[in-house]
Design a protein around this ligand. Structure first.
Ligand code: MG
Length: 265
């Protein structure tokens, strides 16, 4: 991975006269990571720049997050003109876009049952937080006493095992969170390709250049599909973990710097 700003002069020429499709993760990319999901805040400077970029006819912005769509939109204060993809792409909304890939009723029933069981079983566990994102369900244990974490994990796995075995749900483990998702293979990479293919009719005769910035493991799916056709940016120090991105910037402050540079082209 190369430090993005070392190559900025070359990149600047690549970006010029292109239709830019800028994909951005939210937590840890635009907003610094907070103690709880509720406490994460979008910095005002970034919000202003996203607004300016979204008004350009040569630019499209999409936010790609695991948060629910309504929660994500709230974090942006209803900022219009950009595409929001929530729930890992299960809910997408933006100018002339409203999309939800098929989620079976069997899955929705399973998730409802799992939620009520988990609510009952974790009620007595201090710090366990069940987040109902409608199309997915997250059990956060960041605030659970360390001695009780294994118990929480056991409760979770015992509850979901028969739905997992039946192929009715999929389970993903994140940073201090266990998550239930639909069994379909839909990830950030597929969301990006889907949005790109939609956009090819709206580019005003220019070549489309996708740019993607993210800090999560789930962003790697997007890095992979964009490797040859776009500019991929890992947010974090390269020593933090290996990434398939071509470039890195150190933190959310440098993501702001990148957006400022793009505005200045
Ligand atoms: Mg993130």
């Amino acid at each position: 991975m190369d430090y993005l700003f070392d190559d900025w002069d070359i990149l600047k020429d690549r970006l010029r006269d292109k239709y830019l499709f800028i994909f951005l993760d939210f937590d840890g990319t635009l907003a610094p990571i907070a103690r709880t999901p509720d406490e994460a805040v979008l910095p005002n400077g970034i919000k202003r720049m996203l607004k300016e970029l979204s008004k350009k006819t040569s630019c499209r912005i999409a936010i790609i997050s695991g948060r629910s769509l309504s929660d994500l939109k709230r974090k942006f204060g209803g900022l219009k003109g950009i595409v929001y993809s929530g729930n890992h792409g299960l809910e997408i909304e933006g100018p002339k876009i409203k999309f939800s890939p098929l989620v079976s009723s069997g899955y929705l029933m399973a998730i409802k049952t799992i939620k009520s069981i988990l609510l009952k079983k974790t009620r007595a566990v201090k710090g366990a937080l069940l987040e109902d994102k409608k199309l997915s369900l997250s059990l956060h244990y960041r605030l659970v006493d360390e001695k009780q974490v294994n118990m929480v994990k056991t409760i979770f796995h015992e509850t979901v095992i028969r739905y997992l075995a039946g192929g009715r749900v999929r389970v993903k483990e994140g940073k201090k969170v266990l998550e239930i998702r639909p069994p379909s293979e839909w990830d950030k990479g597929k969301v990006v390709l889907w949005l790109l293919s939609r956009e090819k009719f709206a580019k005003y005769g220019r070549d489309v250049l996708p740019i993607y910035a993210g800090d999560d493991l789930t962003d790697e799916d997007a890095f992979k599909v964009l490797k040859r056709i776009g500019i991929t940016v890992f947010v974090g120090k390269p020593s933090h973990r290996p990434s398939g991105a071509q470039y890195y910037v150190k933190d959310t402050g440098e993501v702001a710097k990148l957006l400022r540079n793009i505005l200045g082209i």
